[in-house]
Design a protein around this ligand. Structure first.
Ligand SMILES: *Cc1c(COP(=O)(O)O)cnc(C)c1O
Length: 398
């Protein structure tokens, strides 16, 4: 098998339109979002308008990170100290981290083999805990049946906040991910769907919620300079009761995001071509189980996951090593020790320990791989063939 030589963490370079936009902001010297000329809409406010339009939301706030967006969303939604927040156990560390930062306690919900929240466990835990909040993490871009989820949210009167770090641009039955509850939280960190190094976007249709989020983000009394915010009278009611927890976005980052947003739909098509190339190469590979993507789901294939159910930890490590020897970087969610960006609930020790046997069983056989757009479709076929080859080799070892 010919090894693959590509780099799994190499994103596409930012092009000349992005560089020109950045240069213009740098030359102006006005990098702070409120450092604008009278009547001028800053780059950050423009980004908020453009993203609200893309998302189909009334309001948008740009901020420091996706994790920050989630934490202030919980606060703006009225979370009180020590309150439980339901969240699916398959996610990344910024999610339990944001709940903790907001003063909440993560109450972890099982996942299914489709890698989405287990709606039966959600219903059970909503009922027994009386929790008011659900922070749904659309982890690795897998959407649960959002209509069934919405019915549960309604019957238990849950406040739904969506973590859309991996579902920017995704939809369920034509409705954009992030539009099903009170708020959607997005990330523009380098490995997500738009790249400003770090950054976050929070969307909502609720004026009181958004006014509180804007003040929390550190707007001082300059909120009238926002481009996609509720009107000033909404702020009048809350402006002196809401603390400033500085986490603003700056004009440089907003300026480099705007041209990327124009091309997001095109990037999604390119990600999905690559995803399908790996998917096809893995279909029928020994022991490999891929999620069949539901018809209703419009996904963004910026990464791919597959399972080798029943694999032992020793063989999972050997499988990762065999792939690595051929240049393919897989992450394994079953590892006892957190590695790089990948961890599981056992290593979030600030969270009360919880029994999640179903999630543990699924994560013990779950592998994950990024698909940066610097890979060609041919690269993706090659990568898929390597994984299939390693899975077949594994078969002979069992
Ligand atoms: C990246 C990520 C976030 C947000 O991350 P930031 O680095 O804070 O922007 C949230 N949830 C998941 C699942 C993520 O992968």
């Amino acid at each position: 098998m010919k090894p693959f030589a590509g780099n799994f963490t190499q994103q596409e370079p930012l092009d000349d339109t992005v560089i020109a936009a950045a240069t213009e902001v740098l030359k102006s010297g006005r990098l702070h979002r409120y450092n604008s000329e009278p009547g001028e809409l800053s780059q950050v406010s423009r980004l908020e308008q453009a993203y609200a339009a893309y998302q189909g939301a009334r309001y948008c706030l740009a901020c420091a990170s996706g994790g920050y967006a989630m934490a202030i969303a919980l606060r703006a939604a009225g979370l009180v100290q020590g309150e439980a927040v339901l969240t699916n156990a398959f996610t990344l560390a910024p999610v339990p981290g944001a709940i903790t930062a907001a003063g909440g306690k993560p109450l972890l919900v099982e996942i299914t083999e489709a890698l989405v929240i287990d709606l039966e466990d959600l219903e059970r835990k909503a009922k027994t805990s009386g929790a008011r909040f659900l922070l749904l993490s659309n982890m690795r871009g897998h959407l649960v049946d959002m209509e069934r989820l919405a019915a549960i949210v309604q019957s238990y009167d849950l406040i739904l906040i969506e973590d859309c770090a991996h579902t920017m641009g995704a939809a369920w039955n034509g409705c954009k991910s992030g539009s099903f509850g009170l708020a959607g939280c997005f990330s523009t960190q380098t490995y997500k769907h738009l790249n400003s190094g770090e950054g976050g976007l929070l969307t909502s249709d609720d004026p009181d919620f958004m006014a509180r989020a804007i003040i929390l983000s550190g707007s001082y009394m300059l909120y009238e300079r926002h481009g996609a915010a509720p009107s000033a009278d909404v702020f009048e009611r809350i402006r002196l009761e809401t603390p400033n927890m500085s986490g603003r976005m700056d004009n440089l980052r907003a300026a480099i995001l705007l041209p990327q947003l124009d091309r997001l739909e095109d990037s999604i098509e390119r990600w999905n071509e690559r995803y399908r190339a790996v998917e096809r190469a893995l279909a029928g590979a020994d022991g490999v189980e891929l999620r069949r993507r539901p018809q209703a789901e419009r996904y963004v294939g910026s990464s791919i996951q597959f399972r080798l159910p029943g694999i032992t930890p020793a063989l999972a490590r050997a499988f990762v090593a065999a792939n690595r020897a051929l240049g393919v970087e897989l992450k394994w969610f079953g590892a006892a020790e957190p590695m790089a960006f990948t961890s599981n609930h056992h290593s979030w020790r600030y969270v009360d320990a919880q029994e999640l046997p179903q999630t543990d069983r699924i994560l013990s056989g779950l592998f994950d791989m990024r698909l940066p757009l610097t890979f060609s479709v041919e690269d993706c076929r090659h990568i898929g063939a390597i994984i299939a080859h390693c899975a077949a080799e594994l078969g002979t070892e069992v």
